[in-house]
Ligand binder design. Structure first.
Ligand code: SF4
Length: 407
């Protein structure tokens, strides 16, 4: 029996038993829902929020709170009984396995329990970064936004699966919570109880095209950045897109996270072939939109303090494919394409997978390509391949059988 006046959300916010999945809600939505079931909205919402997302708790159920923190700090039996029939703290991902690569990269594989992608598998990759020897590990977390992907990029393993379904906001958030829980458990087991290994950067570059699932991606970013919970900063979150122009506009207008556009080619002829979405939004339209959203001449620190400071720049991702897009001529064309865009170019070393017709560019070619960009006055970095012996690297997420196969 649901209370009269209870706030209703879209169907995808509920699990298969009709319970509201609380991780799908932003904090203001949770406050409104708590109030609608007769609770003190802000107080109850904050209590739930902190147990779900704040510092070493990350509970899966209200009973966890009682066990872990003592009943007096947890939830009253009366509230637990009321909550049990209405909602769940479980985001809807079941951890299946964890694969470690030789370089310390790890891939968590989950089964999706409910929602549009129910029954599918989804993957989250923890990439350690250490800037100097002896420094404490920091983690970049790569999250998935869909099971499979509809974009069909020719060099991408995930693209070969097609789209099986969208993840919900709660399932995106749950990937981060699960990674945090894992790091915490490991630190505790190693005797570290303070300053757990931080997740410093978060990238939406796992399975799926995030801008193809904006209704879940946008609220998930709000939840991840909420200061009373996981408190990731917006400029540490990068959301990648293959170039869906209308959604790029929406994202730039509604989110403060960083956008990364996967360009991968400098002519329509090549891009049509390797990134089929180019046929819908060809280079001229894509570049024009980027020039409009991230103009080079925009004042970086406007005097008007109230003006938004986000969206200064965009990242341009460019996967280097041998003899396909890696000539000096390509580099010069790339310079020309981005000349009016405030951007950084990130050259990506291609990760091969069994059966792909593409080969990575040689290290010498990557450096020569990069030199052309730098001589043209552009910031260009090279992203190394990480985790590729466990199929945890970029463009390799997808097949659980292959995932565990050392190459
Ligand atoms: Fe989808 Fe990204 Fe793969 Fe393209 S590269 S098919 S957008 S997952």
């Amino acid at each position: 029996e649901r209370p009269q006046g209870e706030l209703r959300f879209p169907d995808s916010y509920y699990d298969s038993e009709g319970r509201l999945v609380v991780k799908n809600l932003t904090l203001p939505q949770l406050e409104a829902w708590c109030a609608s079931i007769g609770e003190d909205g802000p107080k109850r919402a904050l209590q739930l929020w902190r147990f779900m997302y704040y510092d070493c708790k990350w509970i899966r159920s209200l009973e966890d709170a009682a066990v872990e923190r003592g009943a007096q700090n947890g939830f009253s039996p009366a509230f637990r009984a009321k909550f049990a029939g209405l909602a769940t703290l479980d985001g809807g991902l079941l951890l299946q396995s964890i694969h470690s690569a030789a370089d310390g990269t790890r891939k968590m594989v989950f089964k999706v329990a409910h929602g549009p992608a129910a029954g599918g598998q989804v993957e989250t990759v923890l990439i350690p970064i250490t800037r100097e020897a002896g420094a404490k590990a920091r983690i970049t977390l790569c999250v998935s936004s869909q099971v499979g992907c509809d974009m069909g990029c020719q060099f991408c393993y995930t693209g070969r699966m097609g789209l099986m379904g969208n993840l919900t906001a709660g399932q995106i958030v749950e990937q981060v919570v699960a990674a945090r829980r894992l790091l915490w458990e490991e630190d505790v087991a190693a005797g570290v109880t303070k300053h757990i290994t931080p997740i410093t950067n978060l990238v939406y570059m796992g399975m799926g095209e995030p801008l193809h699932n904006l209704p879940a991606v946008l609220p998930s970013i709000e939840t991840l950045c909420q200061p009373l919970g996981l408190h990731v900063s917006y400029n540490k979150i990068t959301v990648s897109t293959v170039g869906l122009v209308p959604e790029m506009r929406q994202f730039a207008a509604e989110s403060r996270a960083v956008m990364a556009v996967s360009l991968h080619a400098t002519t329509d002829e090549v891009r049509d072939r390797i990134v089929p979405v180019n046929k819908r939004w060809p280079l001229a339209e894509l570049i024009g939109t980027m020039e409009e959203l991230f103009p080079k001449d925009k004042e970086l620190f406007p005097k008007d303090k109230a003006a938004p400071r986000h969206g200064h720049h965009v990242l341009v991702a460019y996967t280097m494919l041998r003899d396909v897009n890696d000539s000096d001529e390509d580099a010069r064309r790339l310079l020309d394409l981005v000349k009016n865009i405030r951007c950084k170019v990130n050259l990506i070393v291609y990760n091969e997978y069994p059966g792909t017709p593409f080969r990575p560019s040689t290290p010498e070619r990557v450096q020569a390509f990069r030199s052309v960009l730098i001589q043209g006055g552009h910031v260009a970095t090279v992203r190394d391949s990480r985790g590729d012996d466990q199929m945890a690297a970029c463009g390799q997420l997808g097949d659980p059988g292959l995932s565990a196969r050392p190459r």
